[in-house]
Design a protein around this ligand. Structure first.
Ligand SMILES: C[S@@+](CC[C@H](N)C(=O)[O-])C[C@H]1O[C@@H](n2cnc3c(N)ncnc32)[C@H](O)[C@@H]1O
Length: 215
């Protein structure tokens, strides 16, 4: 069996988070979100720092986020864009979208971020089926991922990068319960791994992150 290259303690993971760039705006978003019932949904500081860097490295100008919650990842993605870049966020819940909007404004990014409220599949279907995005972050309801994947791909430019979050589902993808979200994600992982339309790499960032480049 191929084993892990490192043994990580909780302290080592905390060290990673502590050494990831996080300014006062993001620290406040993290603090305030921590008081909410579903705070665990927020990405980690080290994932946010990585995503900002990736958006910048990709030279992305037109970005899409599916699943915004209180806006932590949206701020990271938007910061990686040039000043005339655009980030479109899709978020189901009005309450979360309103908080994210306030946080994006506090970060001084309101001019490049638009938050659409409603089901992501409907919003994606309403977008023209043409290559528009050069960076996409998928982090919404897990059972919707397979449909989102097929809706997102045609809307990505060749060479564009898609990040898919939570591909490990706390490790449950290894032996998923029949009918569970983990089973859905496991099937999608197998599909992505064999998909001739993309280059793909799976990495142990947070709860697992797929790096998917459209060919
Ligand atoms: C894991 S959280 C996103 C975390 C966010 N990326 C962050 O960094 O804080 C998933 C989000 O997807 C939203 N969501 C769930 N179902 C959705 C749907 N059908 N369409 C759009 N958003 C959805 C949830 O309301 C939630 O805010």
């Amino acid at each position: 069996m191929r084993g892990a290259k490192t043994k990580l303690s909780p302290e080592a993971l905390e060290y990673l988070a502590a050494h990831s760039r996080q300014d006062e705006v993001l620290a406040r978003v993290e603090r305030e979100t921590a008081g909410m019932p579903r705070a665990m949904m927020q990405i980690s500081p080290e994932q946010g720092a990585l995503m900002e860097l990736l958006v910048r490295l990709a030279g992305a100008r037109d970005a899409l986020e599916v699943g915004t919650f209180t806006g932590y990842s949206a701020i990271c993605v938007a910061r990686g864009l040039p000043t005339d870049g655009r980030l479109t966020c899709l978020e189901l819940e009005r309450e979360y979208a309103d908080i994210a909007q306030r946080n994006v404004e506090a970060a001084g990014l309101a001019d490049r971020v638009t938050i659409n409220v409603g089901p992501a599949d409907e919003a994606l279907e309403a977008m023209p089926e043409e290559p528009a995005f050069d960076f996409v972050f998928l982090d919404a309801d897990k059972t919707g991922y397979p449909a989102y994947y097929e809706l997102i791909l045609p809307r990505m430019r060749p060479g564009a990068l898609l990040l898919i979050d939570n591909i490990l589902m706390d490790g449950d993808v290894v032996d998923p319960e029949p009918g569970s979200s983990a089973e859905v994600i496991a099937a999608l992982n197998a599909k992505v791994a064999a998909d001739e339309r993309v280059d793909a790499a799976f990495a142990m960032v947070a709860d697992g992150l797929a790096f998917v480049r459209k060919r």
